[in-house]
Ligand binder design. Structure first.
Ligand code: CJB
Length: 789
């Protein structure tokens, strides 16, 4: 059926004419109408002949859906007009939607951009995730410390976009033991005495951009199985509690790994529920299992859902009676795996005893995969210097999930060129030499619909006025903007748009948070999870240096600057929380300093989220992407700010390198060590942060502030941070890169003084940012990994 905007218009107007509503009620009304008129009338056809892709991810971070959905259904302008007609402010209505924060950071946000692009490109591609009752924690600041509160994203009346499909519930089993016996001349395996949990799917519609496509994000909720009465109330409520715990919380940790039983159970719950549903729909549609790889593809988003490999093997062998070889062939052809980090602590391993206890049949299958792999490798021979431990999945008492994901997939990719190359040539070398054709790169991308069209309508409209609308469906066409790079009127308008976006942010911060920032200052922005390797602390050392400079030579700072930070730290990551406290303490002190007022400002915005990012990014002048080279797999905030006309100051890390290749070196501010230098230091070169400290008076002055009482607000005066840099090895090479960072910052400042030259660089960045649309990334996954047409 065709989408019918006329009906939507009529129904919305009628409803609004008949009663007065609060903003939340209008939002709920809009969601209800969209579901009624578009989803119910056009239920996605899971059984169609098209090949279906499933993106399995423990995290999705969509933020708000309302504007995205209206835009994609081509209802945004109609809806705004009607709301205004009935005296509702569209922005207020839209902002009453709570963010769905079912993810921590980049990984989950990428998954959401991918769903948006899958639908926009008219592919049948769906998300499979968990319906955590509490999403990523709400961050409050109290006396400069991060406080974590539960995130009640479901609201009081439930979540407006979801729809429970109770007829599609499945049972997921934990524990028990494996009973093996002969049946019809075949060794058969059966799980007995298991704990059973009901998995109920909630579908959230994902609309394609003005193309009639509706896909879905399915999020699974864990529930106890209601036993027939009579039941013992106490026993039932205990098992209910135990079952529901499974999808209660999102693990608030992105790049480090928590070896918790609950986390393992969550991972299995997702993959078992998802794959059971996919297989049963597939079989009900009358397809044959031998054709599974032609009709279905499954992407494993980092190792968290890697148990899908043994789970599919279990279903094919134990339930559908395929033999091992057949099942393995189908499984590896269907699966593909994306690695998102090389950080050691994030490379998941699970203790053997835990799998044996929680998932005994899955353990047997992993053991068999490992046995066959090792046997095959030994038969073909190890290379010089290699050991079987470089390739085995089970080493001593640990199961290495990245290796399991790799051996069970036909394609393995990293998320930017540098990252994919380190993945292939270092971390997974033993695999890539044996299966070179499996390794590939897919540089990340972002949805230009959400991050440019929706987040920055002023810029988006201006672009269309210059080059037409075609960039909206073909973002590489943003390159046509290059012909305006010397057009003074265009550059002036670009500057005006930035000023308008900065003013909107200023107003919002003033009214909502009582934070005042200098409207005329350069907005220097670092917004992302707080992690040692992302080096928010390096940014702060530069701020402390500038603070000194301002005192010593009042005219030295030629451009007033506001440093904007927003970041959540994992609750168990003590060092990251200390850095948040330090930023907040420094901000307080600098903002009170009369001598530097009007020149230097620092703000830490609490509770960073997708919708907060949508305000900050269009207002950013300088984008801080300053990770230790080799550590940031790709980054995606770098792409968002580039697309919104901010210039990047960054290391040669992740996707920064590809940004520099596109815009050329003079349009990006690069500094610091390259990845191979960092790796050389890590492997064998001697690094002495104290030698650097002893030779650099700027560093001495900046760092001494952490311990000499200048920065108030902490009983131990931030000695721990001081010591981590000077006496505990400075793991992320802040001191090493400090000199080059300060120098490059001052180049950026010089450049900003020449507004026209600055705007020209911004325009060149915007023009090349189309490459970083997730439409390009998804088109590559589709043709090179998923085999979609
Ligand atoms: N990433 O956000 C996470 N969480 C993880 O557990 C592992 C990686 C990030 O994924 C993004 C999407 O690929 C990358 O851009 C980013 O560099 C990486 O840290």
């Amino acid at each position: 059926m065709l989408f019918n905007p006329k009906l939507f218009k009529e129904k919305l107007s009628n409803q609004l004419a008949n009663s007065t509503y609060s903003n939340v009620e209008v939002l709920q009304l809009l969601a209800r109408l969209i579901k009624e008129l578009y989803v119910h009338a056009n239920l996605s056809d899971q059984c169609s002949q098209e090949k279906q892709v499933y993106y399995f991810s423990m995290e999705f971070l969509p933020g708000r859906f309302i504007e995205t959905n209206l835009l994609n259904l081509d209802l945004l302008d109609i809806c705004k007009d009607i709301l205004l007609e009935y005296h509702y402010a569209p922005r207020d209505v839209f902002q009453s939607e709570l963010d769905a924060a079912l993810g921590n950071g980049g990984l989950g946000r990428l998954a959401s951009c991918f769903l948006d692009s899958l639908a926009a490109l008219n592919y049948a591609g769906h998300g499979m995730g968990l319906r955590y009752q509490y999403g990523l924690f709400e961050q409050k600041m109290k006396d400069n410390h991060q406080i974590e509160l539960p995130d009640r994203w479901l609201g009081q009346n439930g979540y407006e976009w979801e729809e429970l499909q109770s007829n599609e519930s499945v049972i997921v089993q934990f524990g028990g033991r494996v009973h093996s016996f002969m049946k019809n001349n075949r060794l058969t395996f059966e799980l007995i005495g298991t704990e059973q949990v009901k998995a109920s799917p909630y579908h959230i519609p994902i609309f394609g951009f003005q193309n009639q496509r509706i896909n879905s994000l399915t999020v699974w909720k864990a529930e106890a199985i209601p036993y027939p009465p009579p039941i013992e109330f106490e026993a039932f409520s205990k098992s209910k509690r135990h079952a529901e715990q499974l999808t209660e919380f999102l693990y608030p940790d992105d790049t480090s790994y928590e070896g918790k039983v609950l986390r393992l159970r969550q991972q299995y719950f997702l993959v078992s529920a998802g794959i059971q549903q996919i297989l049963s729909q597939y079989i009900n549609a009358g397809h044959s299992l031998s054709q599974l790889p032609e009709k279905r593809a499954m992407q494993i988003n980092d190792t968290h859902p890697a148990l899908i490999i043994p789970e599919l093997m279990r279903l094919l062998i134990d339930h559908h009676l395929l033999d091992w070889e057949e099942a393995w062939k189908l499984t590896t052809q269907v699966m593909s795996y994306t690695n998102h980090t090389l950080m050691n602590e994030a490379l998941e391993t699970w203790p053997v005893f835990l799998l044996k206890e929680q998932l005994p049949r899955i353990y047997q299958i992993i053991e068999e995969i490992n046995r066959r792999l090792c046997e095959d490798v030994l038969e073909r021979g190890l290379s010089e210097g290699e050991s079987i431990d470089d390739i085995a999945i089970i080493i001593e008492e640990d199961i290495h999930m990245a290796r399991l994901a790799t051996i069970g997939s036909h394609k393995i990719n990293g998320v930017a060129k540098l990252h994919s190359s380190i993945l292939k040539n270092q971390l997974m070398k033993a695999f890539s030499t044996r299966f070179p054709e499996r390794f590939t790169n897919k540089t990340n991308g972002i949805s230009h619909r959400q991050w440019l069209m929706n987040a920055n309508p002023l810029l988006s409209d201006f672009i269309s006025s210059l080059i037409g609308e075609s960039w909206k469906t073909a973002p590489h066409k943003l390159e046509s903007l290059l012909s305006y790079q010397d057009d003074l009127d265009v550059l002036t308008t670009l500057a005006d748009i930035k000023t308008a976006n900065k003013n909107s942010l200023i107003t919002k911060l003033r009214t909502e948070l009582e934070i005042d920032i200098l409207p005329t200052s350069l907005f220097d922005v670092q917004i992302k999870r707080l992690h040692g390797y992302k080096r928010q602390l390096l940014n702060l050392l530069h701020i402390l240096y500038l603070w000194d400079l301002c005192h010593e030579k009042p005219d030295a700072l030629r451009v007033p600057r506001t440093f904007i930070f927003a970041a959540k730290a994992a609750p168990g990551y003590h060092y990251a929380k200390r850095i948040i406290s330090l930023i907040a303490a420094v901000a307080k002190q600098i903002n009170q300093d009369k001598k530097t007022k009007g020149k230097l400002g620092v703000v830490f915005l609490p509770n960073y989220s997708v919708s907060q990012a949508e305000w900050i990014i269009p207002a950013a002048d300088l984008s801080e992407q300053i990770s230790t080279a080799s550590k940031e797999a790709s980054g995606t905030g770098n792409m968002k700010m580039m697309m919104n006309g901010a210039l990047t100051i960054g290391t040669r890390d992740g996707a920064n390198i590809e940004m520099a290749e596109l815009v050329s070196n003079e349009n990006i501010f690069e500094f610091g060590m390259a990845a191979d230098e960092v790796i050389a230091y890590e492997q064998n070169r001697h690094y002495s942060p104290r030698d650097i400290f002893n030779q650099d008076i700027r560093l001495q002055k900046a760092l001494s502030k952490l311990v000499d009482g200048t920065i108030h607000g902490d009983e131990v005066a931030f000695q721990d941070i001081y010591y981590s840099l000077l006496y505990r090895g400075d793991e992320f090479f802040l001191l090493k890169d400090f000199g080059s960072y300060v120098h490059t910052q001052s180049q950026a400042e010089n450049q900003y003084l020449d507004s026209q030259a600055w705007q020209k660089k911004c325009l060149i960045n915007i023009a090349h940012s189309g490459y970083f649309s997730s439409d390009r990334t998804i088109a590559e996954y589709a043709s090179e990994i998923w085999g979609l047409t």
